[in-house]
Design a protein around this ligand. Structure first.
Ligand SMILES: Nc1ncnc2c1ncn2[C@@H]1O[C@H](COP(=O)(O)OP(=O)(O)OP(=O)(O)O)[C@@H](O)[C@H]1O
Ligand SMILES: O=C(O)[C@H](O)[C@@H](O)[C@H](O)[C@H](O)CO
Length: 182
C-alpha cells in the first residue's frame, strides 16, 4: 500500500470527543486490518482518570504526560515501519501537532453534541461522565486543511464506520487527497 507520497504504513489516530466512538471503532479497524492497537485511555496517569471520574475536565498540563506517552507509541511504530491504530481525543490543534508526523493520519469521528450525549447517557461501565461532554466540545478545535486527516460521520453502525475508515486509509496510502470533507 506504499506510495512515494506516503512512504510507510499508516498510523491512524482515531480522535474526537468522549463518546464519539473511538474505542469501539478503532477496535474494529484493528481487527479488520490486523494493525497494532493502542487504547490511548490506558496511558492516562491514574490522577487523570480520577479527575475525569470526579467530573472535572483535564487541563493542558494534565494531558501533557498522556499525550507524550501516546506520541512515544506512535514514534516507536513509525520508526519500525509498523502500521497502527490509536485512540486519542486529540482535541486541540497543538496536541495534534505534537502527535503528527510522516504516516500519521488523524481520523475524526464527527457527531453532534445531541447524538453523542445520547450515546453517553446509555453507555455503561465507563468512568467518563456525560457531564463532561460540553467541556469536550468547548475544548475541541476542528481539523484544519493542512492536517493529514480524514473526517468520518458516526451515524452508521460501528462496523460500517470502521469499513469507511479502512477504505479511506487505503486511499490515503495511495496518495489520494483525503483532506477534511465538510
Ligand atoms: N457508530 C455507532 N453507532 C451507535 N453506537 C455507537 C457507535 N459507536 C460507538 N457507539 C456507542 O457509543 C458509546 C461511546 O462509544 P465509545 O466508548 O467507543 O466512545 P469513545 O470515543 O471511545 O469514548 P471515551 O473517549 O469516553 O472513551 C458506546 O456505548 C458505544 O457502544
Ligand atoms: O482529552 C481529554 O479530555 C481526555 O483525554 C478524554 O477525552 C478521555 O481520554 C476520554 O474521553 C475518556 O474516556
Amino acid at each position: 500500500m506504499d506510495s512515494p507520497g506516503h512512504p510507510g504504513p499508516p498510523i491512524l489516530v482515531v480522535m474526537g470527543v468522549s463518546g464519539s466512538g473511538k474505542s469501539t471503532v478503532a477496535a474494529l479497524v484493528a481487527e479488520a486490518t490486523g494493525w497494532d492497537l493502542l487504547e490511548g485511555d490506558d496511558l492516562h496517569p491514574r490522577a487523570n482518570v480520577e479527575k475525569m471520574a470526579a467530573g472535572r475536565p483535564l487541563s493542558d498540563a494534565d494531558r501533557a504526560p498522556w499525550l507524550a506517552a501516546v506520541g512515544a507509541w506512535i514514534r516507536d511504530h513509525t520508526g519500525r515501519g509498523r502500521p497502527g491504530v490509536v485512540t486519542c481525543s486529540a482535541l486541540r490543534r497543538r496536541y495534534r501537532d505534537d502527535l503528527a508526523g510522516e504516516n500519521v493520519v488523524f481520523v475524526h469521528l464527527a457527531g453532534t453534541r445531541e447524538q453523542i450525549r445520547e450515546r453517553l447517557r446509555t453507555r455503561r461501565g465507563h468512568y467518563m461522565p456525560a457531564d463532561l461532554l460540553d467541556s469536550q466540545f468547548d475544548t475541541f478545535e476542528p481539523l484544519e486543511p493542512d492536517e493529514a486527516a480524514i473526517v468520518v460521520g458516526i451515524d452508521a453502525e460501528p462496523a460500517d464506520v470502521a469499513a469507511e475508515i479502512v477504505a479511506r486509509a487505503a486511499e490515503w496510502t495511495r496518495g489520494t487527497d483525503v483532506s477534511p470533507r465538510p
